[in-house]
Write a protein that binds this ligand. Sequence first.
Ligand SMILES: NC(=O)c1ccc[n+]([C@@H]2O[C@H](COP(=O)([O-])OP(=O)(O)OC[C@H]3O[C@@H](n4cnc5c(N)ncnc54)[C@H](OP(=O)(O)O)[C@@H]3O)[C@@H](O)[C@H]2O)c1
Length: 286
Amino acid sequence: MTAKLLYQLDTDATPSVFDSVVAYDGGADHVIGHANITAGMVGPLVEGAIYTRGPKEKQYTALFIGGSNINSAEAVLQAVRAKFFGKFSVSVMLDANGCNTTAAAAVALLGKSRPLAGATATVLAGTGPVGSRAAAMLALEGAHVTITGRSLDKTQAAAASITKRFGVEIKAVAAPDAESRHAAVQGAQFIVSAGAAGHELVGASAWQENAATLCVADLNPEPPHGLGGLGAADKAKDYQGKLAFGALGIGGLKLKLHRACIARLFTAHDQILDADAILAIAKDMA
Ligand SMILES: NC(=O)c1ccc[n+]([C@@H]2O[C@H](COP(=O)([O-])OP(=O)(O)OC[C@H]3O[C@@H](n4cnc5c(N)ncnc54)[C@H](OP(=O)(O)O)[C@@H]3O)[C@@H](O)[C@H]2O)c1
């Protein structure tokens, strides 16, 4: 039996422990971590992956791109793809900081609960890896998406980078405090809170007393959670007609999805599992 090898190409100073555990749980026999990866370094790593196994065994070598900076991870993915030609390729998954699997799990659960096409959605702290992917996926599903962040420049840059990568329009709103974030979610049918762990972004009234709101998701697993008044384990919990998903309620699907994507890498030598592909898998699993 040919060993399933997963090479972690992580842009951070140490390869993510979370990603390596899930890689083993997803079926890799060996996980080999490389840290501080930049786009300029991938040449020899990709050559080692694509030239070593014959056509029938190539599917058992795969690459995983991680790290906390989504733009660096995307640059690494582009550099990896540029090295592929003809049948000389291996499957690749990009999930920097869990951005794709976490956002896809949340968006798939929200979309299963209420229709996203044509709806209004606000992603609080949509400037980070997970929030920016959630915004992109909501827009790909047909929602009109606004992201917030504490500084206008950073938020506009994040929106522009989503538009450049996915061809969708995203509105950027500066919301530096709870009051401005409260205002930013008024009129939003879907609210996704994607702020750093352990920070409340808005209080309960922002969504519970918001006539427009249909569904909310909070990705922050550590108390205080991003949306006040919501439970981490909520999974389509009904708050007087508004359905809520907490970080743990989403985390179960996120982990299953992440493992399923790893398993899928080893089924062919030419798959690219980035936002679109991972969202499609999440929608099948939700
Ligand atoms: N449930 C799951 O399965 C799962 C999996 C992965 C990640 N997560 C969680 O998902 C969330 C987003 O992950 P991420 O990696 O994208 O997060 P991140 O990069 O650490 O932070 C996201 C954004 O939060 C904002 N922020 C940081 N500190 C803040 C503060 N003190 N007050 C208000 N806003 C602040 C920043 O936006 P601005 O600077 O633009 O304001 C930042 O871009 C995190 O809570 C993470 O723990 C959950």
